[in-house]
Design a protein around this ligand. Structure first.
Ligand SMILES: [Mn+2]
Length: 304
C-alpha cells in the first residue's frame, strides 16, 4: 500500500511579519499566496491513498521539492516561509522515523546573491541533522541548481562535501543506489555544458533493475525532468530556467519502478504519461507566482 500525505506548514502571520514593511503590493501577495485556501490560520493535511493492498511497506519516504528559498514574489522574499516548510518536512521525517528524505531539486538559483549561501547552509544543516538521527537524505539537482560553468557546477556542490560514504547522497549526475530493500535511480537535470542523456542512462540500468527485482528490491525513481504530456505551469513560464529535458517514460517503464517521484513541475499531482508511466509530482514547497495561487503546496510522505 502506498500512502501519500501532503503537509502544510503555513504560518501567515509570522510570514507577513518576516516580509517586512507593508505596502499595497506585499499585502496583496500575502493575501493571495499565503492565506488563500487555509483561511490564513490552520495548517492543513491532505491524505491520498492508493491500492496494492496487502503489499508490505518497505520504506517510508518524506519528499520535498522546488523549495526555491531565494525566490522573491513581487518584492517579497519567500525565504522564511519556505524554510518553515522545509523544517516541517524534516520534523515529519524524524517524527515518523522515515527511512529516506528526498529533495527533488531546485534548491535555489546559483546567481540570486547572498541568499544562496543561506539556502545552501540550510540544506547542509538538514542533511547533517537527518544523518545524526539515522535518516538517509538524497539531494537531486534541478534546472535552477545549475551554474553553466562547463564543469557541472551546482548549488548542491557544498552539500556534496557531506556525501562521503554516509547517509547523505547528492545527485548532480545520475546515480543508481542499492539499499537493503530498495534500489534508487536518481535522474537530476542535466546541465547543457556537462550533462548526460537520461534515456540512455535509464536503458543502461536495465540489467541492474532486472537483478534488483529478482532479489526482491523495490525500485524508486527520483527525477527533476519534464514529464511528457503534462500541462506546463510556471516552471515553464515566469520561473523558466534552462531547457526542457524530458523524463524518459518509455525507458523507465522497462525498469518496472514501484514509485516515480519527480520535481520541476510546481503543481503537486499524480500523472500517467501516454506511455503508461505513473509519476508522482512532488510539487513546489510554496506558491511562488500569482499563476500558482490555486496550487496546494507542501511536502509528501510516502510508504512504498
Ligand atoms: Mn522549480
Amino acid at each position: 500500500m502506498l500512502m501519500l500525505l501532503a503537509g502544510w506548514s503555513h504560518e501567515p502571520v509570522a510570514a507577513a511579519k518576516a516580509a517586512g514593511p507593508s505596502t499595497d503590493a506585499t499585502r496583496c501577495v500575502r493575501q493571495r499566496l499565503f492565506d488563500r485556501g487555509t483561511g490564513g490560520r490552520r495548517p492543513q493535511c491532505l491524505q491520498v491513498r492508493r491500492g496494492r493492498h496487502g503489499r508490505a511497506i518497505v520504506m517510508k519516504i518524506v519528499a520535498i521539492s522546488d523549495t526555491h528559498a531565494d525566490h522573491v514574489t513581487a518584492g517579497v522574499s519567500r525565504y522564511d516561509e519556505v524554510r518553515r516548510v522545509l523544517m516541517a518536512a524534516v520534523n515529519r521525517a524524524v517524527e515518523v522515523h522515515a527511512d529516506l528524505f528526498v529533495h527533488c531539486g531546485d534548491l535555489c538559483d546559483p546567481d540570486a546573491g547572498p541568499i544562496v549561501f543561506e539556502c545552501i547552509a540550510d540544506a547542509i544543516r538538514v542533511a547533517r541533522l537527518l544523518e545524526r538521527v539515522g535518516i538517509r537524505s538524497i539531494w537531486i539537482a534541478g534546472n535552477h541548481c545549475i551554474a553553466e560553468t562547463g564543469r557541472g557546477t551546482t548549488v548542491l556542490d557544498p552539500v556534496k562535501a557531506l556525501d562521503a560514504g554516509g547517509l547523505v547522497r547528492v545527485a548532480t549526475a545520475p546515480l543508481w543506489i542499492e539499499l537493503k530493500s530498495v534500489a534508487l535511480l536518481c535522474l537530476p537535470y542535466p546541465s547543457a555544458s556537462n550533462g548526460y542523456d537520461p534515456a540512455a542512462f535509464a536503458v543502461s540500468m536495465e540489467p541492474l533493475a532486472v537483478r534488483a527485482k529478482k532479489d526482491g528490491l523495490k525500485i524508486v525513481v527520483s527525477a527533476h525532468l519534464v514529464v511528457p504530456g503534462l500541462l506546463p505551469g510556471e516552471e515553464s513560464g515566469e520561473m523558466a530556467r534552462g531547457r526542457d529535458v524530458m523524463l524518459p517514460d518509455v525507458a523507465l517503464l522497462r525498469l518496472q519502478p514501484d514509485l516515480v517521484l519527480c520535481g520541476h513541475h510546481h503543481r503537486g499531482q499524480k500523472f500517467v504519461t501516454k506511455a503508461g508511466l505513473e509519476v508522482q509530482i512532488v510539487g513546489a514547497a510554496a506558491r511562488f507566482t500569482f499563476g500558482e495561487e490555486d496550487h496546494t503546496p507542501g511536502f509528501l510522505e510516502i510508504d512504498v
